[in-house]
Design a protein around this ligand. Structure first.
Ligand SMILES: C[S@@+](CC[C@H](N)C(=O)[O-])C[C@H]1O[C@@H](n2cnc3c(N)ncnc32)[C@H](O)[C@@H]1O
Length: 259
């Protein structure tokens, strides 16, 4: 059974068009099935936000209830949001690249790389980039036409499957709230860091914002810093140049460094 939906102006200030014909199976996440008349304006707004929240979540199916706040959607739908040129306005990829200060010899692991929005940029400035994700379809999109130094790797939800001492930088953008037992995850990923290696997290502030997951799913930057501390990291730097997201850089605490 299908129903008509209007075109929504999504909060990422994109002209992304929600397909006019959307299966009611997909709309079950939004509440009761709607009759096939046009929704009221307030309902329209609510639908637009709900669809966006769904699109921001991963399309992999190996998540728990906590992470799976949406039904699976197609990689193509997800890609349209992640790769929307209007995202650049607030994601400021150039500023993020500048803040990362990559060296041409660096090996980067972009965990939860999705369609490679950042991984492709890293590939232009680093020796090698591992675009890592649990969703092979998104990685297919990331790898298409990417430079040869971008290597797409399908990971497990609880393990990035990186080789020991293989990367200089681990990067997460809008990913950590999808990971269930983050402390265990950090412990599994940490051996992959080379000596002097760092972890950078870009994620949404935990407050009402016009974009991103609902506030209850967002991770507070101070709580995240405490988590990393528990996993043997120190906060090296916190940048606030992004309007909706924090930029945190962590290094291994001295007593946790590799010898
Ligand atoms: C909001 S998207 C962000 C994508 C990309 N980092 C970006 O900024 O465009 C979240 C990504 O995390 C991935 N993801 C979710 N859980 C994951 C996990 N446990 N391990 C690795 N990737 C995961 C999803 O498949 C999705 O591609």
């Amino acid at each position: 059974m299908e129903m008509d939906l209007p075109t929504y102006q999504l909060p990422w200030r994109t002209n992304l068009r929600v397909p006019r014909r959307v299966s009611t199976r997909r709309l079950c996440v939004l509440g009761k099935r709607q009759p096939s008349t046009q929704p009221a304006p307030s309902l329209r707004l609510w639908l637009a936000f709900s669809i966006l929240a769904a699109l921001l979540a991963p399309s992999g199916n190996a998540q728990t209830m906590h992470q799976e706040h949406h039904p699976p959607q197609s990689a193509e739908e997800y890609a349209r949001v992640l790769e929307d040129p209007a995202r650049d306005e607030w994601q400021k990829p150039h500023e993020v690249m500048m803040a990362l200060q990559l060296k041409s010899t660096d090996v980067v692991a972009d965990i939860g790389a999705g369609t490679g929005y950042f991984a492709r940029r890293f590939a232009m400035h680093a020796a090698k980039v591992f675009a890592i994700d649990i969703d092979p379809k998104l990685l297919e999109i990331a790898a298409k036409g990417a430079p040869p130094n971008l290597i797409a790797l399908v990971s497990k939800p609880d393990d990035p499957l990186l080789a020991p001492a293989s990367v200089d930088l681990i990067f997460f953008c809008d990913v950590l709230h999808h990971i269930q037992d983050r402390l265990a995850y950090y412990r599994r990923m940490t051996p992959a860091l080379k000596i002097g290696g760092r972890v950078v997290v870009v994620d949404f502030y935990k407050r009402p914002l016009p974009i991103g997951p609902p506030p209850e799913m967002k991770l507070d930057d101070e709580a995240l810093t405490a988590e990393f501390k528990q996993a043997g990291f120190l906060l090296l730097r916190k940048e606030t140049f992004l309007p909706y997201q924090y930029f945190l850089e962590f290094g291994r605490a001295p007593d946790h460094r590799q010898r």
